[in-house]
Design a protein around this ligand. Structure first.
Ligand code: C5P
Length: 286
């Protein structure tokens, strides 16, 4: 096998709670992550050269700054693979700097792809461990589906997946995850998610209580700086979303609908004002 193409789904955070700041500078999280059907495609080809990153999207770095590059470098190094030439083509559909784990899922795709391409056959536990070195969201992107994540984001408990109808609206700016976390102050939080209640509703397939329990404490940072995020949330709810919150460190806002017609109508409304609007479902592995 000389090349492989991997699907790399985006994620949203259905809940995101911060329990405190850790000694290593990271924040202690309790968050439910959920993969959605908004996919980048990663094509990896063996070559005799070095690692190269190519994409038609000029917003992502095409050098060692790219998490996909870091993933390839780490994979070769940890597995003692000497002939480490690969072309990595990233077909980017996930908005960049959006709170949707676009960079992390590309890195996860590279780890999974190289594992197959070089027939190294690392088990999932070892792949998750490699992912941890690259970024807090990478282990979840490797595991996929839906999971409760604790620690930095790497302590994962998988939960069953449900099919939701989700409308994503991304304002035109990008946000830096490090910057948002740096400005987080626990006393500025207005609403914490109740993960226990969320998970109970999730297990009962109870869409009303699922949606009434979604919340993201990082909104306290980004809405203070960008009130537009609150406006998008309100508009989504006015247009029929059962609830709407920001994903991750933002700025993407998503609404959950139980009525496809309303979701389509809201999609048309936002499409007139924003370039990056996506009506998606939960990602179900093919
Ligand atoms: O792990 P990753 O490099 O993706 O995280 C980006 C930044 O987000 C970190 O440098 C850190 O500032 C912040 N972060 C955090 N707590 C987490 C995850 C990320 O403070 N649990």
């Amino acid at each position: 096998m000389n090349s492989i193409t991997i699907e790399a789904p985006a994620k949203i955070n259905l809940t995101l709670d911060i329990k405190g700041k850790r000694d290593d500078g990271y924040h202690e999280l309790e968050t439910v992550m959920h993969q959605i059907d908004l996919l980048d495609y990663i094509k990896i080809e063996k070559t005799n050269e070095n690692i190269s990153i190519q994409s038609e999207n000029t917003q992502i770095p095409n050098n060692e700054e790219n998490l996909a590059y870091k993933a390839a470098e780490l994979f070769f190094q940890k597995n003692g693979i000497k002939r480490k030439g690969v072309n990595i083509f990233i077909q980017k559909n996930i908005p960049v700097g959006a709170g949707l784990a676009g960079g992390s899922t590309n890195a996860a795709g590279v780890l999974k792809g190289l594992n197959q391409l070089y027939a190294v056959n690392l088990d999932q536990k070892s792949l998750l461990k490699l992912g941890e070195y690259i970024g807090s969201d990478v282990p979840f992107c490797i595991m996929g589906g839906t999971a409760l994540a604790k620690g930095r984001g790497e302590v994962l408990t998988p939960i069953n997946t449900q099919k939701l109808t989700i409308l994503l609206v991304k304002p035109k700016y990008q946000l830096s995850t490090a910057e948002i976390y740096k400005n987080f102050a626990i006393d500025k939080v207005e609403e914490n998610p109740n993960n226990g209640a969320f998970l109970e509703a999730w297990n009962n397939n109870d869409i009303i209580n699922i949606t009434s329990n979604i919340a993201n404490v990082l909104e306290s940072v980004s809405i203070a700086k960008y009130p537009e995020i609150a406006n998008i949330k309100n508009k989504l709810k006015n247009l029929g979303a059962l609830n709407a919150i920001m994903s991750g460190s933002g700025p993407t806002v998503f609404g959950i609908f139980n009525d496809r017609k309303r979701a389509l109508n809201a999609h048309n409304y936002f499409k007139e004002q924003y370039q990056e609007v996506f009506l998606v479902s939960s990602y179900i592995k093919r």
